[in-house]
Design a protein around this ligand. Structure first.
Ligand code: CTP
Ligand code: CA
Length: 260
């Protein structure tokens, strides 16, 4: 048991955080990966534990020690990350997608190590990975619609929601609202940071999008981060350069506000 910090404002909440970067296998020894260290996601998990939350941390290829008090699920590929996040999200109040998910994976994965020969190598053909953040938003949108339909039909009385047949309705507690109640994305952008971020938030249907500017030793593998958090209502909150814990606490402040 970890002693919670002074703020217990996430007590009784279950939050899911994804962290790290996925790897997409080419053959048994090679993969397509990215530079994500997992530091920001781990800072989010640690601060959520400190604020009293039950935390599920889905970690993709992170070499950091497990944060005390969090349930850690280790995954490698985007498809494994999707399974783990969607399963944990069923009962989550909030999901924060801090992981860098590979957009593409090789169409075929060789069962044996690809050997070098005198000929030029074959090209590696890629296919798109599922967009997990967009899927979370889509699942919740469908659930909201099912709720609204049932409410309109007058069947929302006590217990009505648990027997509904709408998408995911069976897993929802009555009166609890469609889960996850808060969905947070991260975006690393190199140019047109705010415009790209705004379009991305709308496209993915999330509530908050934390937009990082990548480059100049910011973001990847460094202890510090600077960001702007965009909200679904069109607002923005600037977070000046500082420890990833500080950014994490601002994210949880905004999540707590939305859960209230
Ligand atoms: N994300 C996801 N599934 C993917 C790709 C991204 O869930 N297949 C999530 C990331 O975890 C992050 C957010 O979506 O929270 C934004 O990721 P980003 O790579 O910036 O967005 P993309 O839609 O992939 O756009 P692009 O890479 O083209 O900028
Ligand atoms: Ca991407």
């Amino acid at each position: 048991r970890v002693l919670a910090g002074p703020r217990e404002d996430l007590a009784g909440r279950h939050v899911v955080v994804s962290a790290g970067g996925t790897r997409e296998a080419i053959d048994p020894v090679r993969f397509i990966g990215n530079r994500s260290s997992g530091l920001q996601g781990y800072a989010l998990a640690r601060t959520a534990v400190a604020r009293g939350a039950e935390v599920t941390l889905v970690a993709a290829n992170v070499t950091l020690p497990d944060p005390a008090g969090a349930k850690v699920v280790r995954v490698e590929s985007a498809r494994q990350l999707r399974e783990a996040v969607l399963a944990a999200a069923e009962h989550a109040d909030a999901v924060v997608m801090a992981a860098a998910v590979a957009d593409f994976r090789p169409v075929r994965q060789s069962d044996t190590k690809i050997k070098k020969s005198s000929a030029e190598p074959d090209p590696i053909h890629l296919v798109k990975n599922p967009d997990i953040l967009a899927e979370l938003g889509e699942v919740r949108r469908a659930r909201r619609e099912a709720y609204a339909t049932r409410d309109a039909g007058g069947a929302a009385a006590a217990g009505g929601r648990e027997t509904g047949d709408g998408p995911g309705a069976a897993t929802q507690a009555p009166g609890d609202g469609p889960h996850p109640r808060v969905i947070v994305g991260f975006a690393a952008e190199t140019d047109d940071v705010l415009a790209n971020g705004r379009a991305k938030l709308e496209r993915k249907g999330c509530d908050l999008l934390v937009v990082n500017q990548v480059g100049e030793n910011l973001a990847f593998g460094t202890p510090d981060n600077a960001a702007v958090v965009l909200t679904a209502e069109g607002g923005s909150v600037e977070i000046s350069r500082g420890p990833k814990e500080d950014l994490a606490d601002v994210v949880w402040d905004l999540v707590v506000q939305r859960l209230a």
